[in-house]
Write a protein that binds this ligand. Structure first.
Ligand SMILES: Cc1cc2nc3c(=O)[nH]c(=O)nc-3n(C[C@H](O)[C@H](O)[C@H](O)COP(=O)(O)O)c2cc1C
Length: 189
């Protein structure tokens, strides 16, 4: 149930894959959040590939919808795979669309991120690129704890994050995230 006491966190997953580990981890993060946070997960799969000619004719409905969701949220939580050592195209495309709006919806939003990958590195290279890109648009990142979920096939079962160590990492990150959101809201009040 949503109450005004909840801080509203908008979840954005960088993978469009139906059985995405990142989406599973994002849902798990919502379950592990402290009671003061409430996660709503949005979608980015309906956005067309960014094209200035399309924008000139008017922002597509999925872009304005995402813009409004970002503006309404107290904070953003990203879960994204790393594609070719960087941010994957679906998420970068969504960011490119959002970057065209004025006022800038990402500006002064507190945010946290984690990543899940098939290999052992856990998406560190993609995470640091995402931090760099969104810092340029005014996002204020929670810096620690960082969460990199590697070897995902061994940590998820039936669409759920089951690895206890990783669940503890995510729990700790969500506790720190609540504190970070409150600090940022005070700073920008
Ligand atoms: C186009 C593509 C590029 C990838 N590049 C990387 C990479 O650079 N580093 C990595 O650790 N995994 C890479 N992977 C593997 C992903 O980590 C793996 O597919 C993961 O499950 C994707 O996340 P998802 O389950 O949320 O879809 C890549 C996968 C795809 C499809």
């Amino acid at each position: 149930m949503n109450t005004p006491a909840h801080l509203q966190v908008l979840g954005i997953c960088g993978s469009l894959r139906q059985k995405s580990y990142n989406m599973a981890a994002l849902r798990t993060a919502g379950e592990l959040m402290p009671p003061g946070l409430k996660l709503n997960i949005t979608g980015i799969g309906e956005l067309p590939i960014y094209n200035f000619d399309v924008q000139e004719k008017g922002f597509p409905a999925p872009a304005t919808k995402l813009r409004d969701e970002i503006l309404a949220a107290d904070a953003l939580l990203f879960a994204s795979p790393e594609y070719n050592w960087s941010v994957g195209a679906p998420l970068k495309n969504a960011i490119d669309w959002m970057s065209r709006f004025q006022p800038q919806p990402f500006n002064n939003k507190p945010a946290a991120l984690f990543s899940a990958t098939g290999g052992p590195v856990g998406g560190a290279r993609g995470q640091y690129d995402l931090r760099r890109i969104l810092s340029g648009l005014g996002v204020h990142w929670l810096m620690k704890p960082e969460v990199f979920i590697g070897m995902s096939a061994s940590k998820f079962a039936d669409g759920k994050l089951t690895d206890e160590t990783t669940r503890k990492f995510l729990t700790d990150q969500m506790v720190a995230f609540e504190d970070w959101i409150k600090r940022m809201k005070r700073a920008f009040a």
